[in-house]
Each structure stands twice: as C-alpha cells, then as structure tokens.
Design a protein around this ligand. Sequence first.
Ligand SMILES: *[C@@H]1O[C@H](CO)[C@@H](O)[C@H](O)[C@H]1NC(C)=O
Ligand SMILES: *[C@@H]1O[C@H](CO)[C@@H](O)[C@H](O)[C@H]1NC(C)=O
Ligand SMILES: *[C@@H]1O[C@H](CO)[C@@H](O)[C@H](O)[C@H]1NC(C)=O
Length: 445
Amino acid sequence: MFFRNAFYRLFELLQILLFFYTVAAVFYTTTYFVIDPLQRRVSSAVSWTFLDVTEETIAVKPRFKNWTLFLESPDKTSLSWETSGMISDHPAHVYALDEDLFLSKAFSSSLHPSKIVPFFYRASGHFDQEDITITTIITSNRFQVFARLVERYRGPISVTIHVNNDTTHILDLLDSLETLYTSSPQMSRFVDVHLVVDFFDRQFNTWRNIARLFARTDFVMMLDIDFYLCTDFRTAIRNSKPIMEKLREGRAALVIPAFEYTTHEEGADYSTFPKTKEALKARVETKQIDMFHASWAPGHNSTDYERFYAASPGEVYQVTGYQSAYEPYVIFKADGPPWCDERFIGYGGNKAACLYEMYLSGISFYVLADHFLIHQNHAYEETIRKNERKSNKKLYSDFKEETCLKYLIAYHEKGLLNTTWGYNVQQACKNVRSVSKLFSQIISS
Ligand SMILES: *[C@@H]1O[C@H](CO)[C@@H](O)[C@H](O)[C@H]1NC(C)=O
Ligand SMILES: *[C@@H]1O[C@H](CO)[C@@H](O)[C@H](O)[C@H]1NC(C)=O
Ligand SMILES: *[C@@H]1O[C@H](CO)[C@@H](O)[C@H](O)[C@H]1NC(C)=O
C-alpha cells in the first residue's frame, strides 16, 4: 500500500515535471527561434539611432510602418569623449555628444535636411584591421550587380544606400533591401549597410564619405558598383610587405586599372570576362576590350595603359602623368587622406575632385600592373548627366583654385613646399589659372 502510494506520488510528480519541462521547452524554442531573431532583426536594424523597440511595437506594428518615428530618432544614441583629467580638481569626465549633432557637422557641406543611419545592417563577420574594405554607393536598381560584387569579393564591404524620402518608396526599398541582405550568407557576413534618407538623389560624394567613415578596417577601396573584380588584388596586396608598407605610410593610392568591352552587348555578361592579364591582353589586341571610357581619355589615361601592358609580373609603377580629370579606382588608407568634397552633387567631376585633393595633399598613385577591373555595361540616364556635368564643370574649376590655395599655403607654412611632399601641389597647381601668379610669389618667398 505504502509503496503503491509512494509510487503513485512519484508518478504524479514526474508528470508535473514533464508538464513544466514541455512548457519550458516550447517557451524556449519559441523565444530562441521566433521572438529573439525577430527582436534581434529589429534591434540590429535600429540600434544605432532610433526606436526603442518594445514588445508592443513588434506585436502590433509591422516593422517600419511608422517610418516617421524612424526618421525622427526619439531614442538617440550619443557619442562620448573622455576629458583628460589633467587637473586634479577636474577629474576625468565623459562628455556626451548627440549623434545627430555630430553627423550634421561631419557632413556639414552636404545638402540638408538629410537623415543618415549608420549600420542599418551590420555584417556579422570579424575583419582583420589591416584588411581592405570596398566602399561603394548604390541605388535600388543596382541591387543585382551589388550582390554579384559581394559574392565575388568575399571581404569587408561598406555601402551607402540612398532612400528617397517618400513613404511608399521607403517601405518598398526597405523590403527589397531586406530581401537582398538575407539572400546570401556572404551578404550578412561581409556587408555593412548605411542608409541616407532625404530628397537629394545624387549626392555621390557625401555617400562615398559615409561609406568610408564607417568602414571598419584600416584600408579602403573607392569603387563604382558596376565593375567586375577580375583578379584577386586583395590577397596580392595583403601578402606584399612593400605594398602594405606604402599603404600604412598613407601616401599611396593603389590604382586597379579599369577596362571595358568595346561593344555594349559583350560587356554585359561578366561570366565571359578575362581573369588573367594574358587573356585581357589578347582581347585588347583584337580590340574587343579597351581602356575604360576611351572616348574621355583623361579620365583614365594617366594610368598609362601602354606601360601596364608592357609591365612584368609583380610590377607596381608610379603614375607620372597625373592631371585633374584622372579618376581611377583606388585603394588607400581610411584615416588621413582628404575626404571627397561634398558640394559635388550629381554626375561630372565628383570622383575626380576626391582624387585631386588627395593628390594635392601629397598622395601619389601607384598602378598594380597584374590586376584589373572590367565595367559591366548597362544603360545610363543621359539627359540628367548632361546638365549636371555642366554645373559641376564650373564647380570643379573653382574647386581647383581654392584647393590649390589651401595646400600651397599649408605646405608653405610647414616649410615642405619644396620637398617631395609639396611636389604634387607644385606639379598640379602651377597651371591653375588665377593661382599661378600667387604661386610664384609664395614659392619664392
Ligand atoms: C522626410 O519627409 C517628412 C515628411 O514630408 C519630413 O517631415 C521630414 O523632415 C523629411 N526628412 C528628411 C530628412 O528629408
Ligand atoms: C591623356 O589624354 C589627354 C587628352 O586626350 C592627352 O592630352 C594626354 O596626353 C593623355 N595622357 C596620357 C598619359 O596618355
Ligand atoms: C623653392 O625652390 C625654388 C627653385 O626651385 C627656389 O627659387 C625657392 O626659393 C624655393 N623656395 C623655398 C621656400 O625654399
């Protein structure tokens, strides 16, 4: 009797335990597989700036339905600086600075209002500090070609995506962005996405600066999305002591020469692109492939394609014929070189201006003669381009004058104008109209 009772009790107890175990297991599984990922997704999307995500917002509101909240950032993060504490009565103290205030100064010469959302998606991968992050900018009609770049590079990528500030557009874009981002493991492993929400469709230089500012490695590559990476320059650079040394010094921008197919149709299919320099040269000889934008020679011809073809394996040569329209795709140190001037809006001169100021600051271009990129052809919006090119042409000529003055004075003050540091300013500025007279006065004073 006693045994039967005790046995029965034990059985009951086991049943109760089993019940609790089942409840706990169901709860845990639901949390682990459903609620947590949901929460993680929402909060990783929003953690840098905005939205305090409560259970309620997840339950009742589809994500970002209330997109105005997302733009107004009620839950602000702030950046902080520690004071020195050098005076004993004033102990070290952390000073907080509002993120929006900081970003408004960081991008103060861009058009406003503009909402910048850094790390809208943050890559899960851990990157070596000395790796090379590709920095680029895309619009939603180029997602496909971006996915291809990510698959091909398999290294860190920092991308700025512009979203026009229009309710339906934002929602659609965020949807297709999520589809893109979750489409491949490479994407979530390697790509950091920064958003810009405003009414300005082509602030290319601002977007470039954002991608570079939030890149998480010491070195960056400024690349246009349409290029196919034919060779593995990343490994080659990282395995070369002298090249890495040049990058670390911060006075070199490494050029990966750019090419394109001479007929539009052939250049559309990347799977047929050459992957070795021999194969490339063979197609250059048959005139299937030419330098990129051969019709606008100064854009790339400072790379000196003849020298590139003739170079022996492993060769790296310095660009000697720099001129102000040169706009190659380059790898450089993220911290140190000047940033892209944000007043260049739209097509024409925007990238050339970034590289012009870099050159004046004392950075020289070096061509990696084993490597190359090929443009994947697609249709352009030509009318917009024509008008913007006109206004940017005027801006670029003013920009050259003021940038020359700025660096002439800087190098003169530092007493470095007549050294190798000042050489680039001298070379590029002596022919800039209205600076040349002042130039001869400064240089002889
Ligand atoms: C976006 O549009 C909304 C509604 O028109 C406006 O209140 C907000 O200031 C805009 N934000 C930006 C960054 O343009
Ligand atoms: C590049 O093209 C420009 C314009 O056609 C020409 O003046 C210049 O000499 C060329 N430079 C090189 C290095 O080929
Ligand atoms: C720089 O070099 C020029 C000649 O190459 C010389 O006339 C000038 O005095 C030098 N200027 C300075 C500041 O050393």
